[in-house]
Design a protein around this ligand. Sequence first.
Ligand SMILES: Cc1cc2nc3c(=O)[nH]c(=O)nc-3n(C[C@H](O)[C@H](O)[C@H](O)COP(=O)(O)O)c2cc1C
Length: 103
Amino acid sequence: MKQLQQVLFRVPCGLFVVSAIRDGHPNDMINNTVFQITDSPLQLLLGMDKRHLTTEYIEAGGAFAVHFLPPDGLSLVKRFGFKPGRETAKFDGLAWRPGPSTN
Ligand SMILES: Cc1cc2nc3c(=O)[nH]c(=O)nc-3n(C[C@H](O)[C@H](O)[C@H](O)COP(=O)(O)O)c2cc1C
């Protein structure tokens, strides 16, 4: 099992912040399972745990944003990747604004 974990740890992946808004409230999470599936039509695949608040927001609103993590984005990983939005005010002290949607 440990060997398998070591091999799987070497599978390359990206690291992203996934955002969604419901009733004017944002929620973000860290995600390393964002893939482009097709170019035309443009389709993305995201691995999302159904229990996450971000998943609930996306299902409710039908829209999400994917942000590339900057190289110095460790503080964002700590803020968005370990604390559930149901229990934590993830945006305390953080300025944000909604962007345009293609929906
Ligand atoms: C490096 C890293 C990668 C992660 N990748 C995913 C992922 O691909 N899919 C997922 O559902 N959760 C992933 N998570 C876990 C969520 O980011 C985390 O549980 C988050 O707190 C969920 O927030 P929410 O409940 O407020 O939506 C990852 C966490 C970290 C630290």
